[in-house]
Unconditional design. Structure first.
Ligand code: NDP
Length: 250
């Protein structure tokens, strides 16, 4: 048994910034070659690529909007073609469009649900077709505490993240016999661009409710992804792993 990911190929969606970026870098540090997907921040994605290559690993940049079914499908195909195989898929791309439900516009609902939920469906569907033939795969979905406990102002986001839990469990049952595991990590509040504009009062309230007394770092989530991607996690599937400093205990 080894925690090394040498010889493995990973695709991380939304890997130009934040949690996806830290995950791509940590997977590479553990030995994986990485396909880095991003939507619009080319310069940031190129920086991730430079760092992965400096670690001696192969890296391809694959721009695609995962909310678009055809682009998400092509993304997975390109990762397989350009890196030769696909062992690990991290469905991480996400965004928020927060508002109280009476002010939430249809487009705010659609972009959040399409990116998070439909994107994970489309990427997983394409990846599973390949992984089933190989009889090996690790799919790791990035959920949220919001999908477990709800959060006022996030009906769209909480619904998408809760939906991702259902997808995780159903798919884990579908593909377990092919040696493919599917798990979800539910991060609490992690310091990234996504949470940079939270009001100070909200941050202190979150800190007060967090037993470990700090916000998370992208690397806290990346480490959990690396674990679920490793051989040591080969008997774990269909699970939700919270990485939230103890914010939400169930
Ligand atoms: P960031 O805003 O820092 O980064 C988001 C990433 O997703 C970027 O790389 C962005 O690419 C990419 N992205 C957004 N939309 C798309 C799309 N349609 N197609 C492809 N890529 C896309 O977010 P975080 O790192 O904070 O969040 C990452 C994941 O973790 C999300 O799923 C989020 O919901 C989840 N999460 C985050 C928490 C937090 O506290 N930060 C807490 C719980 C969950 P680009 O910039 O190139 O457009």
């Amino acid at each position: 048994m080894s925690t090394s990911l040498e010889g493995r190929v990973a695709l991380v969606t939304g890997a130009s910034r934040g949690i996806g970026r830290a995950t791509a870098l940590m997977l590479a540090a553990r030995g994986a070659d990485v396909a880095v997907n991003y939507k619009s921040n080319r310069a940031a994605a190129e920086d991730v690529q430079r760092q992965i290559e400096a670690l001696g690993r192969r890296c391809v940049l694959l721009p695609a909007d995962v909310a678009d079914f055809a682009q998400a499908t092509a993304l997975v195909q390109q990762a397989v073609e350009q890196l030769g195989r696909l062992d690990i898929l991290v469905n991480n791309a996400g965004l928020t469009r927060d508002n109280l439900i009476v002010r939430l516009r249809e487009e705010d609902w659609d972009i959040v649900v399409d990116t998070i939920l439909k994107g994970a469906f489309a990427c997983s569907r394409a990846a599973v077709r390949y992984m089933m033939r190989e009889r090996y795969g690790r799919i790791i979905n990035i959920g949220s505490v919001s999908g477990l406990g709800g959060n006022a102002g996030q009906t769209n986001y909480a619904a998408a993240k809760a939906g991702l839990i259902g997808l995780t469990k159903a798919l884990a049952k579908e593909v377990g016999s092919r040696n493919i595991t599917v798990n979800l990590i539910a991060p609490g509040f992690i310091e990234t661009d996504l949470t940079a504009s939270l009001p100070e009062t909200m941050v202190s309230e979150i800190l007060r409710l967090t037993p470990l007394g700090r916000l998370g770092k992208p690397e806290d989530v990346a480490a959990a992804v690396c674990y679920l991607a490793s051989e040591e996690a080969s008997f774990i599937t269909g699970q939700v792993l919270s990485v939230d400093g103890g914010l939400l205990m169930q």
